[in-house]
Write a protein that binds this ligand. Structure first.
Ligand code: NAD
Ligand code: MG
Length: 376
């Protein structure tokens, strides 16, 4: 196990849980980064004593450097500082939200680090490029996302990927499960932020309500495991006990189960290929509700279909989907648009922005910017 850790996005939901796991495992935290939450970053820095802390927001970095002036912790600001932080330890946990994680993740890959990857947007917008770069630099990518961690664990049972018939991604259905279009249309972000099973950051919580999260996860799974869309199936599983499954060529299905506690997949990404004791809650089978499975409703939740359409189109289409969704969710979180404006704006951006096949990093970043300009 790598004994040193950098955490990008340490003040967020995954970042904070990573610090709990790191503390329990006795790992040395070398670098922490965040966007602008100076107060929480100061607390984390004083507790974990990293060599460096970086704030993406330059003003926040200035404020933090005053607050930490009595310590020997180096404080840096801006996007370049995030990239530097990403390469300072044996393992980097990418717990940033959004495409902001792309460049630091690529930097960590080029430095041959283990990437404990939570930042799914990076794999959605640039998955092929990221996976090719990881192969070239022999960087290990171990997923933190619970579904992908489940699949990663189940796949240890195969000799090669031709033995896999398909992946079965489970989906909680989110807070609006079972509602009709008419019932969901007036839902505000306050309603969407009440997720039944997980406590997460605001963006992913809205993505769970629209099912865009599952759409992003389908693309994430295709990129991580190099499988076509036909081999990734989504199944609604309200209880979030089975985190995902792999169906093999002979019809056998392996499932990974556990209490819905992100500290377990986070820890596994840090300790893989080993397992150790840790802070995650064990699963109490006797108090589990009955497990149920259902087909997702693609009419009431059009974002899932939009993600599938983007990945079928290929090239920069997924970057456009992702960027338009980030912008639309940002507007929804500020109560500026309604629930169904999210798929409407994503769809409009996908129609408006031309697709480039076999994109370079610059093509992807250009498509990302063009998509954002379409969302207003
Ligand atoms: P969050 O909003 O709670 O935290 C995001 C972190 O990223 C914060 O530390 C914030 O300061 C930082 N950040 C935000 N914008 C930034 C920017 N422009 N530049 C640099 N840093 C920035 O989010 P979260 O729920 O912890 O999710 C983080 C990532 O993990 C997302 O990609 C999400 O999809 C993924 N994920 C989260 C969960 C979960 O349970 N929360 C589960 C699976 C995957
Ligand atoms: Mg997930």
């Amino acid at each position: 196990m790598n004994k040193t850790l950098s955490i990008l996005g340490s003040t967020g939901s995954i970042g904070r849980q990573t610090l709990e796991v790191a503390e329990a495992l006795g790992l040395k935290v070398e670098a922490l980064t965040a966007n602008s939450d100076v107060k929480r970053m100061e607390e984390q820095a004083r507790k974990f004593r990293p060599r460096m802390v970086a704030m993406a927001d330059e003003t926040a970095a200035e404020d933090l450097s005053v607050r930490l002036s009595d310590t020997d912790i180096r404080v840096a600001g801006g996007a370049g500082a995030l990239t530097e932080a990403a390469t300072m330890a044996g393992t980097v946990v990418t717990a940033v939200v959004g495409v902001a994680g792309l460049k630091p993740t690529l930097a960590a890959i080029r430095a041959g680090k283990r990437i404990a990857l939570a930042n799914k947007e990076t794999l959605v917008c640039a998955g092929e490029l990221v996976m090719e770069t990881a192969q070239k630099y022999r960087a290990e990518i171990v997923p933190v996302d619970s579904e992908h961690s489940a699949i990663f664990q189940c796949l240890r049972a195969v000799q090669d990927m031709s033995e896999v018939r398909r992946l079965i991604l489970t989906c909680s259905g989110g807070p609006f499960y079972g509602k009709t279009w008419e019932e969901m249309a007036p839902m505000t972000c306050a309603d969407a932020l009440k997720h039944p099973n997980w406590r997460m950051g605001p963006k992913i919580t809205v993505d769970c309500a629209t099912l865009m999260n599952k759409g992003l996860e389908v693309i994430e799974a295709m990129r991580l495991y190099r499988l076509p869309l036909e081999k990734v199936r989504v199944v609604i599983h309200r209880q979030s006990i089975i985190h995902s499954m792999v169906e093999f060529r002979d019809g056998a299905v392996l499932a990974q189960m556990g209490a819905p506690d992100m500290r377990l997949p986070i820890q596994y990404a840090l300790t893989y290929p080993h397992r150790t004791e840790g802070p995650a809650e064990p699963l109490d089978l006797l108090s589990c509700p009955p497990l149920s499975f259902a087909e997702p409703d693609r009419t009431a939740f059009p974002c899932l279909g939009l993600a599938e359409e983007a990945v079928r189109t290929g090239g920069t289409a997924c970057a456009v989907l992702n960027a338009a969704n980030e912008e639309a969710v940002g507007l929804y979180l500020r109560d500026r648009i309604g629930f169904y404006d999210i798929p409407r704006l994503v769809s409009r951006a996908m129609e408006a922005v031309p697709v480039t096949q076999n994109p370079t990093l610059q093509d992807i970043l250009d498509a990302d910017s063009a998509a954002r300009r379409q969302v207003f």
